[in-house]
Ligand binder design. Structure first.
Ligand code: COA
Length: 216
């Protein structure tokens, strides 16, 4: 196959993959959401988003990255993320953009071949200048809908214990502290930080929605 044909095939596959992810979530992407009067563009992560996502991650304070398992300000980590989310369809991820710039993102990590195929880990981060507009809450709701569509039964989210606003937000959405991992992450200067793991029983929500006839 020539280069142009390969590129066309790759683009078609990427578009189809994005559509599949959106369909699986039961919501359509791309779409625009209202964040306190600001129109924010939400879409599934695509192959062409690598540079914008890396620029976003590199502009975040390093401390805000400690909740991610790997350092997303590293180009190779972003590449691996895109491979998992776009090519392998194993990590539903969303990007929020304002005027073309990425201002927030989510990802839902789950592994059908692990001993916890029913569990998903939700990750969300919003850029410092876009916080307090309600974007974080809406991104979690989107990710939550993706988890429901995938049939996940339990969601977890982890963050350093000093991320008070993140903990307050997750708790207001029904997550509860389940574990405290002492000195679990190490920052670039070598300082260790405690991590709290919050969890949510998604299956219970799905059962409640079904009892009310929602989503049938
Ligand atoms: C957590 C995070 C995504 C929230 O993003 P955001 O866009 O600012 O959140 P929202 O504007 O939707 O606010 C969500 C709620 O938190 C509340 N909140 C915001 N800042 C707060 C603070 N400092 N203290 C207490 N509550 C706070 C808001 O009042 C809002 O509640 P409301 O909807 O009832 O008014 C963002 O702070 C972040 O990226 N933090 C660093 C990364 C992180 O720790 N992520 C979590 C790991 S999964």
């Amino acid at each position: 196959m020539n280069t142009a044909a390969t590129a066309t095939t790759a683009t078609t596959a990427t578009t189809a993959a994005a559509a599949t992810t959106a369909a699986a979530a039961g919501r359509s992407y791309p779409r625009t959401i209202d964040c306190n009067g600001t129109a924010v563009h939400i879409d599934v992560l695509r192959a062409g988003d690598e540079a914008a996502l890396l620029a976003f991650a590199q502009a975040l304070p390093a401390h805000d990255l400690l909740f991610t398992y790997r350092d997303i300000s590293q180009p190779r980590v972003i590449k691996a993320w895109i491979r998992e989310a776009v090519e392998r369809q194993r990590m539903p991820s969303l990007l929020a953009r304002l005027g073309g710039d990425v201002i927030g993102c989510t990802s839902l990590i789950h592994d059908d071949f692990s001993w916890s195929p029913h569990v998903g880990e939700l990750r969300v981060v919003v850029g410092a200048e876009a916080r307090g507009l309600g974007l974080g809450r809406q991104l979690i709701q989107e990710s939550f809908a993706q988890a429901l569509a995938l049939g996940l039964e339990k969601l977890v989210a982890q963050m350093t214990t000093d991320q008070r606003s993140a903990i307050a937000m997750f708790e207001s959405m029904g997550f509860r502290a389940e574990a405290l991992l002492a000195g679990h992450v190490r920052d670039r200067e070598g300082g260790k930080h405690d991590v709290v793991m919050l969890s949510h029983n998604v299956a219970e929500v799905a059962a409640r929605l079904s009892a009310y006839g929602v989503g049938e």
